[in-house]
Design a protein around this ligand. Structure first.
Ligand code: ARG
Ligand code: ZN
Length: 873
């Protein structure tokens, strides 16, 4: 029973104020709600009141103080309906819920004994009867009553205004949030937590208390999140002119959380993995993730909370914009080119795959069955790419004017993607009509480009043709407005040439606009024969095909002035070599390494190094998943074999160079998550990976020593992974055992311990996953554990997940079936690798489809049903 965007209507009644009282109890929490309601001015009189409510047991209900008779209202699985209500009225309800039994982790639940909530998108309806939709915005006042010993800390949105003790020894705190907000931004937290406090003074002098609440043993793991928060607050003031608007900002870390974190007003709730760090327990990647997510949730205070979404079809309005904002923030605080390379390489692997699969959808879908299935890479990451294109089309200044206009005009409102784009158009004078298609058209556009240089006339003719492949439910595609940033690199000079187009001088680096199916760009006065460097900085989320020769790519890898495209040229060069090797593997022909790749790597390793982090990325081969994306039909074994062959060939040919890089970048400086240190560690560890690819004696010794030195988690985990993925069980087993024992008490480290084992390429991986699922530290009820063990196995251990006896698929399906009962949101996400069955050979297709059919035969949650039905359609 899908919901359609075209059916949108304002609510019949809106809530102006919401007063909640919680009497906390693990199995029987009482929730009293008093709602001040009034007819929506745009809706007719006499409509029934319809409130959402799920898994609630109604204890009492009264309208304007008068208790309702059973005949006055109707209760269904989805909610409550009162056929006759006045124009303005007060509704009192009391319900009972069981946080302890809530394994879906939506609504109010307990995590390691801590009460917490997750209301986005539709979790509030599991707390009380309410018009649970983002266009209903009310002020909230919330009283929490709990046991003084078990729940010494009682938190909600806004400011605490009253606290005290009750006669029975329980205590209470009342919170008031003066900013009207939709129910999805409501939050409460209660339990035995400890805080780390700090302060921030805003640009206009507001003194804000910052608090991070954690379990006592994690008090030493909040420094980085706090520093990141303060940097983010400052950055949003300086970059977007956005200031914080309450006297208190809180972050709470909980162990059981479906996603990364949630931007509840004044009370962000985080997956502990997205907030806790310590040099001994968190890797550089984790530090950077924490910084990004802390910033992301903070930025939502404006892009999401002050201005929110009219309905969930507009989800990308807040998520795309906020991801764009957090990406820019991280770029500004770390290495900008590396941030872009990492974001794009993730995007092209995962989002392109989503766009090419059965669940492909536009950034603004036009229907859905279950909204939690739409917290996707398309909504988030492609949404961010589209905002980035706007920034690049308009230029920063006009974009910033558009952003100011948007926040100003719509402050306190629930709006649409058109409202946002209209502000951008108005502030810049650009016509963005065609650009809007990016929001409604699913699929990854492909650009076929080719160029010709005329030596006689000194002209360069560049032809760009665009097409977007059909996606489920969207057969016909229209041309998009695609900004192509480019340079023409002279083959003699190795420099960007001056570009003149239609008599207009563009300079050496410029953006041309592809709007039609096909367009020709004639550059005049091109001094020498060029190689085009196209889509610089990944200026649009598209696939670019240009018939580059390997010599062209080696040339661009050396000379392109755009760091991003230099990296990309290296990736393309490696992909061409990998293509040959994949073919050779399939045909049973001897594999021969392309010396152009080896030469390019040698040059990289021996030339002067500016940015070690970029170099580390350049020395990293495309992942198996990305290689698979480029193949018409995925042959997992051939891809794995080809990539291993390249790694080993490079290691053999360049052993001394890798050794030198490894040794030159060792350091025993105290750990800091600083860009220079991170860069040095990545480079060193990439070098070590190559040495371990050939299990070089020296490499093994370095890995073992790095593990034993126990200097920081980045190095320890990398060394341990290399040992565990090697053939040397004599070294791997003791290290793995020691690590597991040392960290048995720390769930986040145990997640890493699980992941690195189930991603090993050895043949026993499926069996190991099953074995580890019995480990006392594992639990199906904890999403982080599910992701660390089953998620990591299915998405990162491709050769074993796709085992020809189907055991990998069967394992995943078994877990999905069980999780479907416990946590439908996580179950639905976990199926993803099975939904891509069309990409594989017939034998695997049959096996994968059989598992999907087996899941489909179960009584399913809407979440899992929607995904499986699409996958089999
Ligand atoms: N708004 C949150 C964020 O991206 C994500 C919440 C997702 N909730 C969910 N039930 N999937 O910052
Ligand atoms: Zn978000």
């Amino acid at each position: 029973q899908p919901v359609y965007l075209s059916d949108y209507q304002p609510p019949a009644y809106r809530v102006t104020h919401t007063q909640l009282t919680f009497e906390l109890d693990p199995a029987a929490t009482r929730v009293k709600a008093r709602l001040l309601l009034e007819r929506h001015p745009e809706r007719e009189t006499g409509l029934p009141l319809e409130l959402d409510g799920e898994h609630l047991s109604l204890k009492s209900i009264a309208l304007d103080g008068r208790p309702l008779e059973a005949a006055d209202y109707e209760l269904t699985e989805q909610g409550l309906r009162i056929p006759q209500v006045p124009e303005r009225f007060v509704l009192d309800t009391e319900v009972e819920i069981s946080p302890r039994d809530n394994t879906a982790l939506q609504g109010l639940y307990q995590s390691s004994g801590i009460y917490c909530t997750q209301c986005e998108a539709e979790g509030f309806r599991r707390i009380t009867f309410y018009p649970d939709r983002p266009d209903v915005m009310a002020t909230f006042s919330t009283t929490l009553i709990g046991d003084a010993t078990a729940e010494p800390v009682l938190l909600s949105n806004g400011n605490p205004v009253e606290k005290g003790t009750l006669d029975d020894g329980r205590h209470f705190v009342t919170w008031e949030d003066p900013h009207p907000k939709p129910s999805y931004l409501f939050a409460l937290v209660a339990g035995d937590l400890k805080k780390v406090a700090d302060r921030f003074t805003t640009m206009h002098g507001r003194e804000v208390s910052l608090e991070i609440w954690v379990e006592e043993e994690n008090l030493d793991k909040t420094d980085h999140a706090m520093a990141s928060l303060k940097r983010a607050m400052k950055w949003d003031e300086e970059t977007y002119g956005r200031e914080y608007d309450l006297d208190l900002f809180m972050i709470v870390a909980v162990n059981d959380f479906n996603m990364g974190a949630m931007e509840n007003k004044g009370l962000n709730i985080f997956n502990s993995a997205a907030v806790l760090t310590h040099p001994k327990t968190a890797t550089d990647v984790a530090y950077q993730r924490v910084e990004g997510i802390v910033a992301h949730e903070y930025f939502h205070n404006w892009s999401g909370n002050r201005v929110t979404c009219r309905d969930w079809f507009q989800l990308s309005l807040k998520e795309g914009f906020t991801v764009f904002r957090d990406q820019c923030y991280s770029a500004d605080t770390n290495s900008a080119p590396v941030k872009r390379i990492q974001d794009v390489s993730f995007f092209r692997t995962a989002q392109f795959a989503e766009d090419a699969g059965p669940t492909a959808h536009p950034i603004r879908p036009d229907h859905y069955i279950e909204i939690t299935n739409f917290y996707t890479l398309t909504i988030y990451e492609k949404g961010s790419e589209v905002v980035r294109m706007l920034r690049n089309l308009l230029g920063w200044e006009a974009f910033r004017r558009g952003s100011d206009l948007y926040f100003d005009r719509f402050d306190g409102q629930a709006v649409t993607i058109e409202d946002f784009v209209d502000c951008m158009a108005e502030a810049s004078g650009e016509d963005l009509t065609r650009f809007m298609r990016w929001y409604s058209q699913a699929g990854t556009p492909e650009i076929d480009a080719h160029g010709e240089y005329d030596y006689v006339t000194s002209e360069y003719r560049l032809t760009l043709r665009q097409r977007t492949p059909a996606t489920p439910g969207q057969q016909d595609k229209q041309p998009l407005h695609i900004p192509v940033r480019l340079g023409l690199v002279g083959t003699k000079s190795g420099r960007d040439l001056n570009m003149t187009l239609g008599g207009e001088t563009l300079g050496r680096d410029a953006v041309i606009h592809l709007r039609e199916d096909e367009q020709e760009f004639l550059f005049t006065d091109v001094a020498e024969s060029p190689i085009p460097s196209l889509l610089r900085h990944f200026s649009a989320p598209v696939k670019l095909h240009f018939p580059y020769s390997r010599e062209d790519l080696a040339f661009l890898l050396q000379h392109d002035s755009d760091g991003f495209n230099r990296w990309d040229a290296g990736q393309r060069l490696a992909l061409l070599a990998l293509d040959d090797l994949i073919a050779a593997h399939r045909n049973g022909v001897e594999k021969v390494m392309d010396s152009r790749v080896t030469d390019a790597f040698r040059t990289l390793l021996t030339s002067r190094i500016d940015d070690k982090a970029v170099l580390a990325e350049m020395l990293t081969l495309p992942s198996e998943a990305y290689i698979a994306e480029q193949q018409p039909l995925v042959d997992v074994d051939a891809i794995h074999a080809a990539r291993e062959f390249v790694r080993q060939s490079l290691a053999l040919a360049l052993r001394d160079e890798f050794l030198a890089v490894f040794e030159a970048n060792q350091s025993d400086a105290p750990y800091a998550p600083e860009p220079e240190q991170i860069a040095q560690r990545s480079l060193k560890n990439v070098a070590l990976s190559y040495l371990m690819a050939i299990e070089d004696e020296q490499g093994l010794a370095f890995a073992q020593a790095q593990f034993d030195a126990d200097h920081n988690m980045t190095d320890v985990r990398h060394a341990l992974t290399l040992l565990v993925h090697s053939s040397r069980d004599d070294l791997a087993s003791p290290a793995l055992k020691a690590f597991g024992e040392t960290w048995a008490h720390d769930p986040l480290v145990m997640d890493q311990w699980f992941s690195l084992q189930v991603t090993r390429p050895q043949e026993d991986a499926v069996e190991r996953v099953k074995f580890l699922m019995q480990h006392p530290a594992f639990s199906l009820k904890n999403p982080n554990k599910v992701r660390a063990l089953i998620g990591a196995f299915a998405s990162q251990n491709r050769v074993n997940f796709h085992r020809l006896d189907g055991e990998g698929y069967k394992l995943l399906a078994d877990v999905v079936i069980e999780l479907n009962r416990l946590n439908p949101e996580i179950a639905a996400r976990l199926i993803t690798p099975l939904t891509r069955w069309q990409r594989f050979d017939e034998q695997r297709q049959a096996l994968m489809k059989a598992e999907l059919e087996r899941i489909k035969a179960e009584p399913l949650s809407p979440n899992v049903y929607e995904v499986v039905a699409k996958a089999l359609a």
